[in-house]
Design a protein around this ligand. Structure first.
Ligand code: FAD
Length: 458
């Protein structure tokens, strides 16, 4: 049995590991079977139970609710969606792309609303996101980003440029030249949300079976070692772990993101760092970093950089990659030198899921009753809520504004077979890392990163 307190800072701060719920005990007939008790599975159950009380819903979870990325992430409940508006518009229309972004904005508040209504304390603070520009190249990128939002009709209330003084007031990092700012993000405690949601759906009559791995998902049935769960609707909510399911091995690429957290920092350090509204923050480098000030005054900070494992292997050893954690610490102390004397108390990581065209989707195949949602890359905290609401509408046959959104029933093609997948994923990582180094050296935008992003279709 995994020591759940070792999974992440978030799990550790919940206190004693919760006793797991009972596994499935024999065959079961329900109306909706959901595989995976992360945000996607739990939100889907929540909205289904609300829309159609009395619906028999079972969630089949291999480990415990919140064990996956949902209990490990950076806690940015953001309006970010992994595919750009240009890309969404190319496969739908300008109007649909804009509607998608408005739905993402609403989603941030919806998460906060449900948490409040359900009495869940998730350490919610809607301080927005500050995307720091710490080099001239990054400042140009921030300007372009804000101009891009303007071209799509979003004004300064949604996305705006901060000058160096304003940016520094919010985030006292080194070398700040300015920032792109959006209010559409809340910092949350990820595991409190996942565990709280699990309790909420159980109260609504949903049954959660933990320690129950699905060994197959087929139309009308979820197979497990302890029995079959038969249901006219089956929802795949397994994100990065999807690659372990027969028939879905190339649907989603599992990629690890790693994090660390400091001990609680004293008030005089926070006076220098700022983040008074618990703004989430990153900067304009290619190899993504992200941070938040936690409710108990730690810095929780993460980034990519861990290698993709051959054949989409989910390998817990990847969660504790000393080289990546050391790199994260170096970056954090470079941003905030005042943090250097303090201890790192937690190091962890987890797998997130990427679809081949980096376009998250949710959908229902009405012919087979199979539904799915995922491919959120690093943006699943908010997006999974939108997925849950949308899947509930699809399953109950309710036509709504949500079911009209362009990501609904979007199909991404499969990832390449190995070794191409391994070469592409790790090659991309190298390109992004070396692009950051090249930009730092030359002070000019790295062409190879732009080319790679174009190749990905961003
Ligand atoms: C380190 C890290 C930082 C991140 N930071 C952010 C962030 O700040 N903001 C943001 O928006 N997103 C972030 N993400 C991404 C976000 O956490 C995910 O997109 C989101 O949690 C996905 O939720 P999910 O329910 O789809 O998947 P998961 O939470 O991964 O849940 C899948 C569940 O399925 C279960 N499962 C797997 N296989 C089986 C099986 N065969 N049978 C039964 N159950 C199974 C797993 O045990 C797991 O509980 C981050 C991810 C990581 C790893």
């Amino acid at each position: 049995m995994t020591d759940l307190r070792a999974v992440s800072l978030w799990w550790d701060s919940l206190g004693a590991s919760p006793a797991p719920r009972d596994p499935l005990d024999g065959d079961l007939d329900v109306d909706v079977a959901i595989v995976g008790a992360g945000y996607t599975g739990l939100w889907t159950a929540h909205y289904l139970a609300k829309a159609a009380p009395g619906t028999r819903i079972a969630i089949i979870e291999a480990n415990v609710a919140g064990f996956g990325a949902s209990g490990r992430n950076g806690g940015w409940c953001s309006a970010l969606f992994p595919a750009s508006l240009d890309r969404i518009a190319r496969t739908s229309s300008r109007r649909a792309a804009i509607a998608m972004q408005h739905a993402m904005h609403d989603t941030v508040d919806e998460v906060g609303r449900v948490a409040t209504a359900g009495g869940l304390d998730i350490d919610w603070a809607k301080g927005g996101t500050v995307g720091l520009a710490r080099t001239a190249v990054q400042l140009d990128r921030a300007r372009e980003e804000v101009a891009h939002w303007r071209s799509w009709g979003f004004g300064a209330a949604d996305y705006r440029l901060l000058d160096a003084e304003e940016a520094n007031e919010r985030v006292g990092a080194t070398s700040v030249l300015g920032a792109a700012y959006t209010p559409h993000c809340a910092a949350i405690h990820p595991a409190k949300l996942a565990r709280g949601l699990a309790g909420l759906v159980e109260d609504a009559g949903v049954r959660i079976f933990e320690g129950t791995p699905a060994t197959g998902i087929e139309p009308g049935v979820v197979r497990t070692p302890f029995g079959d769960v038969r249901a006219p609707h089956v929802v795949r909510a397994t994100e990065a772990f999807t690659a372990t399911l027969p028939g879905h091995r190339r649907a989603i690429l599992p990629v690890y993101s790693l994090m660390l957290a400091t001990e609680p920092l004293p008030a005089e350090v926070w006076e220098r760092i700022g983040l008074a509204a618990r703004e989430t923050f990153n900067d304009g480098r290619h190899l993504i970093i992200y941070g938040q000030r936690t409710a108990d005054d730690r810095l929780a900070f993460g980034g990519r950089g861990a290698p993709y494992r051959y054949a989409s292997r989910i390998d817990p050893a990847t969660e504790r990659d000393g080289r990546v954690h050391e790199g994260l610490w170096q970056t954090l102390t470079e941003l905030f030198p005042a943090v250097a004397p303090f201890r790192v108390t937690h190091r962890w990581g987890g797998p997130l899921g990427i679809s081949r065209d980096w376009y998250a989707s949710c959908g229902l195949d009405r012919r087979t009753g199979l539904a799915w949602a995922g491919g959120y890359v690093g943006d699943g905290v908010g997006t999974a809520n939108l997925a849950g609401r949308t899947l509930a509408d699809l399953i109950t046959g309710t036509d709504s504004e949500l079911t009209e959104l362009p990501w609904v029933n979007h199909r991404s093609r499969h990832w390449e077979p190995e070794p191409l997948r391994w070469l592409g994923a790790n090659g991309g990582l190298t390109v992004m890392t070396s692009a950051d180094a090249a930009e730092a050296r030359s002070g000019r935008p790295a062409r190879r990163a732009a080319l790679f992003e174009r190749f990905l279709g961003h």
